[in-house]
Design a protein around this ligand. Structure first.
Ligand code: NAD
Length: 286
């Protein structure tokens, strides 16, 4: 006999619509004040998935009323050329947000280039100064888009507030796992960060009241690895035979969890809106 799914679905598409409506109003106010919000996406080289991502930003920008410009440098662009361009964008008062698309080609090192992104326009918090500000736990200039999307989904879930709760994050990357851990700490959760060298992952994940998974390993988290009542946010997105797969075995975990994000339709749709939220906030600060 199959058990019914009882988990609350944390619907990223619905949350994205709600947030988009608010941003559209704020963008209109900015335009009326003669300060039309503008984002530049700087891309080096062109592969199909990067271009698809850029197109999704152009589309969302048009919907909200944010001008999104895509700038493409050739794949062999030098570090110096890219840094120079980023500095020019930083000085242009008509631009409020600068997004350096990642991953960069192998010859370019993000840690050498990111400091050239203007701290005030760094809408994905890539500049190490903005990443560092997250560690203070209050008033960061920008919260990076994907970690912000995770927190927005948690804020809309029955697990909120997470104060005093046991949170487990699987993944420690600079773009997702690590900042999510810092944000959960800032929200007063007790946080365990797991990674590729963690032994007995299930021992940790079973302790979780809040579980955020950003490993990039489809189906990594199974029903045996979670406890009843857990709230699960699945950041993973891997294309397997043309189908987008999360890191959580959704069907079986949804029978045990209190709340869960689907893939697709969870973190993904909120991430782009979170980025646009940062563009609007940057424009409102000028
Ligand atoms: P990454 O490869 O940089 O980092 C993966 C992390 O997971 C590492 O810290 C690694 O130690 C850990 N890990 C890998 N395998 C593990 C295992 N078996 N057990 C425990 N830990 C393990 O990836 P990333 O950039 O952080 O992205 C993670 C996932 O999130 C990917 O699937 C990516 O596509 C997805 N992602 C989604 C969005 C979105 O908006 N939805 C945005 C960014 C990334």
């Amino acid at each position: 006999m199959q058990l019914e799914t009882t988990a609350t679905l944390l619907d990223g598409r619905a949350l994205a619509r709600e947030l988009t409506a608010d941003l559209t109003r704020r963008a209109e106010r900015l335009r009326e004040a003669g300060n039309a919000p503008r984002l530049v996406v700087e891309m080096v080289g062109e592969d199909e998935s990067s271009l698809a991502y850029a197109r999704s930003l152009l589309k969302l920008g048009a919907k909200i009323g944010i001008e999104v410009d895509l700038e493409q440098m050739s794949a062999d662009a030098t570090e110096e050329r890219l840094k120079r361009r980023l500095r020019v964008l930083g000085e242009d008062p008509s631009i409020h947000g600068v997004l350096l698309h990642q991953p960069l080609p192998r010859h370019l090192r993000i840690e050498r280039i990111a400091p050239s992104i203007s701290e005030q326009k760094d809408v994905d918090a890539t500049n190490p100064a903005n990443q560092g500000r997250l560690a203070y736990g209050h008033d960061p200039l920008f919260v990076p888009a994907t970690p912000q999307a995770v927190m927005l989904l948690l804020e809309a879930s029955p697990a909120w507030p997470v104060r005093g709760k046991r949170a487990v994050v699987v993944g420690r990357s600079v773009v997702v796992g690590l900042p999510v851990s810092l944000l959960l700490l800032a929200a007063d959760a007790t946080v365990t960060t797991c990674h590729i060298a963690t032994t007995d992952l299930a021992r940790h994940t079973r302790e979780a009241e809040v579980l955020v998974v950003a490993a990039g390993v489809p189906g990594l988290i199974t029903a045996q690895m979670v406890s009843p009542g857990v709230t699960v946010v699945d950041v993973g997105t891997t294309v397997v035979k043309s189908v987008l797969k999360g890191d959580v075995a959704y069907e079986e975990v949804a029978r045990i969890a209190a709340a869960i994000t689907p893939v697709p339709g969870g973190v993904g749709p909120v991430t782009n809106v979170a980025l646009m939220r940062n563009v609007i906030a940057a424009a409102e600060r000028t």
